[in-house]
Design a protein around this ligand. Structure first.
Ligand SMILES: Nc1ncnc2c1ncn2[C@@H]1O[C@H](COP(=O)(O)OP(=O)(O)O)[C@@H](O)[C@H]1O
Ligand SMILES: [Mg+2]
Length: 149
């Protein structure tokens, strides 16, 4: 089954939105297979956002993501990578579709509550950055026969 990496950013943790983010993904039907709270070091943040190195917002982004604890997660499900991106909404909350996490819970791009991997390659890379294989569990959620045809 497809897996993706999701993170509740420091703003989401400080604003008490961990449960809300988890709840939206759970209700869609996705399976939470790994979760941990951690304080990112600058080195981890730079590895996480390596693709953005050199951009105008990069330093601010690294400062922000290290400014408090985050919740890192791995979610599993059919089409979960694109599905989570859809539930998150556009990067800029002002442009995000109503009903998405970022539209409903955030105002500005640099405080947009949640991160989600954007491709299978990013998902694999990010999962490996945060989790050892033995930290992920394999199970079926009750009632999956009512979720999948
Ligand atoms: N122009 C920008 N100004 C400020 N912050 C930005 C900007 N572009 C992106 N960011 C921040 O960097 C994060 C990573 O950017 P990106 O990968 O493009 O978006 P996404 O998180 O939607 O995948 C965004 O979630 C946002 O917090
Ligand atoms: Mg991205």
């Amino acid at each position: 089954m497809e897996q993706t990496f999701v993170m509740v950013k420091p703003d989401g943790v400080q604003r008490g939105l961990v449960g809300e983010v988890v709840s939206r993904l759970e209700k869609r039907g996705y399976r939470l297979v790994g979760i941990k709270m951690l304080q990112l070091t600058r080195e981890m943040a730079e590895a996480h956002y390596a693709e953005h190195r050199g951009k105008s917002f990069y330093n601010g982004l690294v400062d922000f993501i290290c400014a408090g604890p985050v919740v890192a997660m791995v979610w599993e499900g059919k089409g979960v990578i694109a599905g989570v991106r859809q539930l998150m909404g556009a990067t800029d909350p002002a442009q995000a579709a109503a009903g998405t996490i970022r539209a409903d819970l955030a105002v500005e791009m640099g405080r947009n509550v949640v991160h989600g991997a954007d491709s299978p390659a990013s998902a694999r890379r990010e999962i490996a950055l945060y989790f050892r294989p033995e930290e992920l569990v394999s199970y079926r959620r009750a009632g999956e026969e009512w979720l999948y045809e």
